[in-house]
Design a protein around this ligand. Structure first.
Ligand code: FAD
Ligand code: SIN
Length: 523
């Protein structure tokens, strides 16, 4: 079937929902999302959202902290824009019904995380993301101009290519006319024609064996834009969160928020020794790349499977009241954080790069915006500062919506786009082939393209990936489509981009560390 909408939004995390709410003022919006509306990284965000809201703090300090963390690759103008707009965005979220904790004086309670020189993280206990996601999803459900299709999977963007026209790579005249959308229940593919399309599909954590990201984070938007010949950048900067709960067999890994370290918890090796002071004078609150590499190093030196995060010396009552979600999770596996140290390991957490966009979140493809974790805005540079990501999603979703509304009238639907061609795709795929390749891919990325890289490991990863790529493309061409097969294909595209961009960077900077180029290049 063919459908026509003003705005097609792919993804229903903070970025997608915020855009939809804003754009619905002047147009009809369709949100497609591959699981339930609230499933995505947003729902799992614990620590909170950063903004300058206290007298001790200043825009300048938040800007500097972000630039320092980004290790020379942030776009200063973007950092300034986001930091200065943050307080207003927080007030808007509160107006929409989002709740942030207050202290005993009735003021917003601000916590602190790694790399921040001040307390500036607004939070809702340790379930900030859930509160944001549920509140915005409710607003979307109430909105008559927004339709939501759950369990629907965007397969590919529609461009001139689908009209049989040749499009050269990085061609500046590419335009997006919507997307092919797979209904995961009927297995039929609909053609959604849109005047403006927005990719808000989140991150890529499932490239790795250990990740904090939910199962939906498979880089679909980035892979789609790449296949449509849009510009992708900074993919080598994959952020590993230092502290996910070590609990073998559990996927995704449960996050232990950095705010717990901000609250006073300290890292120790298995024999109880503190070690972070050996790596950075900021100790346990050094930026994430430094803490994750330090943990990785200690585990390798000692042959341990994890290190400990020790909160046992903190006030037990305050601890449980501030971190109830973590406390309950740990109790469920027999760990009482008031008395027991928490076993933790680094886990793939966030992608700093993605679809290159400008200040209004426009991609290099006309009529196509990218927002949230899928985009590369210039805010994070080589390493994202904690709790700057929800902020980025909300700021850029607003900019994108304003820009899109200003240009909507210029576009019409591209009626000539053909419907999905089912020709030759009748074989039921063998699921075992897909799941096996998925595991192989995660093994390759974890072993060779993880926290510490080398030229040899990257080359080995590329060679191994090539085999899975060829096998999967062959399978894709003849199989009945499934979510798993499409996700595998997307992850392979995204893994390729991570490896190639890691190989192209002949230095170590931020989250990218290559033992063959341990120094940072002069800029
Ligand atoms: P998401 O919220 O991930 O939403 C992506 C959406 O796209 C989902 O609805 C998904 O189903 C949909 N989708 C994907 N592919 C397709 C497809 N092919 N077709 C249709 N739909 C698709 N950041 C902070 O700033 N502060 C924090 O405290 C914080 N804590 C975090 C804790 C955890 C455990 C995790 C995983 C991340 C955390 N982050 C935090 C990062 C932050 O949550 C994310 O970067 C942010 O929520 C991303 O929002 P998004 O809207 O871009 O994507
Ligand atoms: C955390 O709570 O530690 C995660 C914060 C983030 O990813 O920004």
């Amino acid at each position: 079937m063919k459908y026509k909408v003003d705005f097609l939004v792919i993804g229903s995390g903070l970025a997608g929902l915020q855009f939809a709410l804003k754009a619905s003022r002047k147009g009809k919006v369709l949100i497609v999302t591959k699981a339930g509306i609230d499933e995505g990284s947003t729902k799992y965000a614990q620590g909170g959202i950063a903004a300058v809201l206290s007298d001790e703090d200043s825009f300048q300090k938040h800007i500097e902290d972000t630039l320092i963390s980004g290790d020379g690759l942030c776009n200063r103008a973007v950092v300034e824009m986001v930091v200065r707009e943050a307080p207003d965005k927080i007030r808007e979220l509160i107006k929409m019904g989002v709740e942030f904790d207050k202290n005993s004086r009735g003021e917003l309670d601000l916590s602190r995380e790694g790399g921040h020189s001040e307390h500036r993280i607004l939070h809702h206990k340790d379930i900030t993301g859930q509160n944001i996601e549920v509140t915005l999803a409710k607003r979307v459900r109430e909105n008559k101009n927004i339709e939501v299709w759950e369990q629907t999977f965007a397969i590919d963007l529609l461009t001139q290519h689908h009209l049989g026209r040749l499009v050269k790579r990085w061609h500046t005249d590419i335009a997006c006319y919507g997307a092919y959308i797979l209904n995961l229940q009927s297995c039929e593919v609909d053609t959604v024609l849109a005047k403006i399309t927005v990719v808000a599909t989140g991150g890529v954590g499932n490239l790795y064996q250990t990740t904090t990201n939910p199962l939906v984070a498979t880089g679909d938007g980035i892979a789609m834009v790449y296949r449509a010949k849009g510009i992708i950048e900074n993919m080598e900067f994959v952020q590993f969160h230092p502290t996910s709960l070590y609990h073998p067999g559990e996927r995704p890994s449960f996050l232990i928020t950095e705010a717990l370290r901000g609250f006073g918890a300290v890292l120790r090796t298995a024999d109880g020794k503190k070690f972070m002071h050996k790596y950075d004078e900021r100790g346990c609150l050094a930026p994430r790349d430094i803490v994750a590499r330090a943990i990785d190093n200690e585990m390798k030196i000692r042959g341990d499977d994890y290190v400990y995060l020790d909160a046992t010396r903190l006030d037990a009552k305050e601890l449980v009241s501030r971190f109830p979600n973590i406390h309950n999770k740990c109790l469920s596996i027999g760990i009482d954080m008031r008395k027991d140290m928490l076993p933790v390991i680094p886990a793939a957490h966030y992608l700093c790069g993605g679809v290159r966009v400008d200040k209004n979140s426009r991609s290099s493809i006309h009529r196509l915006y990218a927002i949230g974790e899928t985009s590369s805005t210039g805010l994070h540079g080589a390493n994202r500062l904690a709790s700057n990501s929800l902020l980025e999603a909300v700021v850029f979703a607003d900019h994108a919506a304003e820009d899109a509304l200003a240009h909507l009238e210029e576009y019409s639907w591209q009626e000539d786009i053909p419907e999905w061609d089912y020709e030759g795709t009748s074989h039921p795929e063998e699921m075992i082939l897909v799941t096996q390749s998925y595991k192989e891919l995660q093994m390759i990325m974890s072993n060779y393209v993880g926290i510490v890289r080398s030229n040899l490991r990257l080359q080995r990863a590329l060679t191994r990936l090539g085999i899975i790529y060829n096998e999967t493309e062959a399978l894709y061409k003849k199989s009945v489509l499934s979510r798993k097969l499409c996700e595998l294909r997307n992850l392979i595209n995204v893994g390729y981009l991570v490896i190639k961009m890691a190989q192209a960077r002949h230095e170590s900077r931020g989250l990218h560390y290559n033992i063959d180029y341990p120094e940072k290049n002069e800029q």
